[in-house]
Design a protein around this ligand. Structure first.
Ligand code: ARG
Length: 467
């Protein structure tokens, strides 16, 4: 089979070979379509490197100036669409270098002194991660802020709390929203912690073993605004832990969002009818005119699987790689960018949708007032009257069974009947059977009483301030 060697542009390493690279092989190996996202980071990294080279007298100041000006022009060209990165080059680093050559001639080649695409791409990736972590953290802040507001406005609204998706006990809706606040708080902490390991400059590691040129890696680090510098050049070019950590943090965020979405989808159904998503965030059906679907929540839930897949893709890609750099690692980028986009956009749209969702307070109040989920109150009432819990549980079970067979809500069962189950019942049983009283009696630490929820709101606000 013959090779197709009609390549338009020269590849960076072509001179060693007697035959041009096959076009189909180039199409297969090019990452331009994916890594063009990194053009700003790539140019920033090159400018820092060239600045360092000139400060160390590895490159004459005038030449460095020409290279830097050329790079700044190229950044404009790509931003404006005048230069469209083309797959017929290997990667974004090559696109930029070749364009620079067109602009300033062979001098462009000096930009790469003491550098390899291995430390270059590691640098770009870390700069990108810093940018995206910052963006994602800001989106999470907005979501947490909204959750505190929701908790505040619904702190005196009593809703059902569920276990096993069965009505379990009445709780403050504020308590419910704060549970999600706590999850997203941990997500923010995870990102913040991860940032410490992302904020390390790998520039100066060169291909993997270092360079014979008198590079000043500390200065490059400083110019790029990284907090710390790599310790081992082999590790600097071959480590992808930070991507894996970021993708796991994204996976956990998506898992939290997905659970929240599941609640919202269920609760907005006609059967539950606990909440209403505004029309602006609902979709209709092309065939069933009555339908109002929670597509945004469903899509966020759906994207969760993708993000898990991205994590597993990188973990699997890395597991068999010998040290140090291997081209397999180029495959880290599609999952990284895919998960970044999915997670940032999910948190963002979810927050917007949640802001336009309201609880159907009247309906939940009506339902909770009549519900069997107050049964635990009866058991605890008897415990307060000194009955062992097991016995109290047994008696309450019989009362629940009576309520079901007679079709009488617990608060409507007459005192005489209660007394028939246990002589310990007095008129105050009806106080215990008010959902609000039930909620307010749960004063234990972190519990659902209004006072405890107020305290949790106070702590949440403090956490937001301390950020
Ligand atoms: N596009 C490559 C990547 O993302 C850049 C590094 C190429 N290095 C090499 N030795 N071929 O990994």
């Amino acid at each position: 089979m013959s090779t197709d060697n009609g390549n338009k542009k020269e590849l960076l390493w072509q001179s060693r070979f007697s035959e041009p690279f096959d076009r189909e092989a180039l199409l297969f190996s090019s990452s331009v379509d994916v890594d063009k996202i990194l053009y700003q980071e790539d140019i920033k990294g090159s400018i820092a490197h060239v600045t360092m080279l000139s400060e160390e007298a590895i490159l004459p100041v005038e030449e460095a100036r020409m290279i830097i000006e050329g790079l700044e022009d190229i950044e404009q060209e790509i931003a404006s669409g005048a230069l469209v990165p083309d797959w017929e080059e290997e990667d974004i680093h090559t696109v930029i270098e070749n364009r620079l050559k067109e602009k300033i001639g062979p001098l462009a080649g000096k930009m790469h002194s003491g550098r390899s695409r291995n430390d270059q791409v590691a640098t770009d990736t870390r700069l990108y991660l810093k940018r995206i972590i910052n963006e994602l953290s800001n989106e999470l802040e907005a979501l947490k802020q909204l959750l505190v507001e929701k908790a505040e406005s619904y702190r005196h609204t009593v809703i059902f709390g569920y276990t096993h998706l069965q009505r379990a006990q009445p709780i403050s809706a504020g308590h419910y929203y704060l549970a999600y606040f706590n999850m997203f708080k941990r997500d923010s902490e995870r990102l913040e912690d991860l940032l410490k390991r992302v904020d390390i400059s790998p520039l100066g590691a060169a291909a993997f073993a270092g360079s014979t040129l008198p590079l000043n890696a500390k200065r490059s680090r400083e110019l790029l605004g990284f907090g710390a510098l790599f310790h081992n050049s082999i590790d600097a070019v071959s480590d992808r832990d930070i991507i894996i950590e970021f993708l796991s943090a994204c996976s956990v965020i998506m898992m939290h969002l997905s659970r929240f979405c599941e609640d919202i989808i269920l609760w907005s159904s006609t059967e539950f009818n606990y909440l209403e998503i505004s029309d602006a965030f609902s979709t209709g059906s092309s065939i069933m005119p009555q339908k109002k679907n929670a597509d945004i929540a469903e899509l966020v839930r759906g994207k969760t699987g993708r993000v898990y897949g991205d994590l597993v893709a990188v973990l699997t890609m890395m597991k068999g790689l010998p040290l140090s750099y291997n081209r397999d690692m180029q495959e880290d980028k599609p999952p990284l960018f895919d998960a970044s986009k999915a997670t940032v956009s999910s948190v963002r749209i979810f927050t917007k949708m949640l802001a336009h969702t309201k609880l159907n307070e009247e309906r939940v109040a009506m339902l909770t007032a009549e519900d069997l989920s107050l049964a635990t109150e009866i058991a605890e009432y008897l415990v307060r009257k000194d009955l062992p819990f097991r016995e109290a549980h047994r008696i309450t079970g019989s009362i629940v069974s009576h309520a079901i067979t007679s079709g009488t809500p617990l608060p409507s069962i007459p005192l005489e009947t209660y007394k028939g189950f246990s002589g310990l019942f007095e008129n105050d049983i009806y106080d215990a059977l008010k959902p609000e009283a039930s909620v307010n009696a749960k004063r234990s630490h972190g519990g659902t009483s209004f006072a405890s929820v107020d305290e949790q709101i106070r702590v949440a606000k403090e956490m937001m301030r301390d950020r």
